[in-house]
Design a protein around this ligand. Structure first.
Ligand code: ZN
Length: 295
């Protein structure tokens, strides 16, 4: 078991987050859900594009939740999970109400949106009827019954799961209890060669709490895998963490360069002097490039 001293959220949160995150989160969710419901209903193409849309909707809500949780200074995983899941579930419900309403109106059924929204059982009946008859066709086939339920389940997993996951991940950003602010990130504060023992060497130097050992790893060779060290630091200098990621440069079929990444070390907690030595050791050109960005 690794004995690296790592950042652990304090578990604290501001009281107003319990009001602002659900309130503003549901407001954002309702706007996104309305746009999503109308686009998916009137979009002539069904298929991969729909799932990209679903993923995009989940991602946007997740990013919004993440920003709200940071604004509310939530450093508690259970609170972030509960707030994220609650907002995502309400948004998911609103999306069904808007979609069902828009579908019925398109078919000239006189129905009130509020009646659908405020009567879950009426909404459930509508969804069941739609499921029996099918909602759309793809290549001449109209999925109904079990197949359509399964597709809706995948959609639901993305719409609820993705924002909830991102809300939970927001708490992983280090927060400084001394200056009461989130740490900014300096990506690639060091780039080193991949040690022969790989992850084991990286974990061992973190266990020894030996930042100086980074320089012994050497410079990477162009085009070969390397280890990227990312620093998170607050304004007062009390809280700093270091992450290590193995990066493998790749080239796709179109010849576009990309990279594959594996996180080896997550938020190793540094002493004040260790963090400043890391920043002081930056080559001139690189230190000009590395700007602490919030996130
Ligand atoms: Zn601080």
């Amino acid at each position: 078991m690794s004995t690296v001293r790592t950042y652990v959220p304090s578990g604290r949160f501001s009281g107003h987050a319990l009001v602002t995150v659900p309130l503003l989160g549901i407001l954002l969710g309702a706007l996104l859900a309305t746009a999503y419901a109308y686009i998916t209903l009137y979009l002539p193409i069904v298929g991969a594009v729909t799932f990209l849309l679903t993923g995009g909707m989940g991602l946007l809500l997740g990013l919004g939740l993440s920003a709200l949780l940071h604004r509310g200074k939530v450093r508690n995983r259970m609170v972030a999970l509960a707030l994220g899941l609650f907002v995502a579930l309400v948004t998911f419900y609103v999306q069904w109400a808007v979609w069902s309403y828009a579908l019925l109106r398109r078919d000239d059924v006189d129905v009130s949106f509020l009646a659908l929204l405020l009567q879950p059982w009426a909404l459930w009946d509508v969804i069941n009827v739609v499921n029996q008859h099918g909602a759309w066709s793809l290549k001449g086939a109209t999925p109904t019954g079990g197949v359509l339920w399964a597709l809706w389940a995948v959609e639901g997993l993305l719409l609820v799961g993705l924002p909830t996951f991102l809300a939970l991940a927001a708490v992983d950003t280090p927060y400084c209890e001394a200056c009461e602010s989130w740490c900014g990130q300096a990506k690639g504060v060091r780039v080193t060669d991949v040690p022969a023992d790989g992850e084991a060497t990286v974990l061992a130097l973190a266990e020894r709490d030996d930042v100086a050992a980074l320089s012994a790893l050497g410079e990477p060779h162009a085009g070969t895998p390397f280890v990227r060290w990312d620093l998170h630091a607050c304004g007062c200098g009390e809280t700093s963490t270091l992450c290590a990621t193995r990066v493998t440069p790749t080239v796709d079929k179109q010849g576009k360069p990309g990279e594959e990444t594996t996180v080896w070390l997550s938020h190793w907690l540094l002493q004040r002097s260790q963090a400043s030595s890391l920043r002081a050791g930056l080559p001139r050109a690189a230190s000009d490039e590395v700007v602490l960005s919030h996130g």
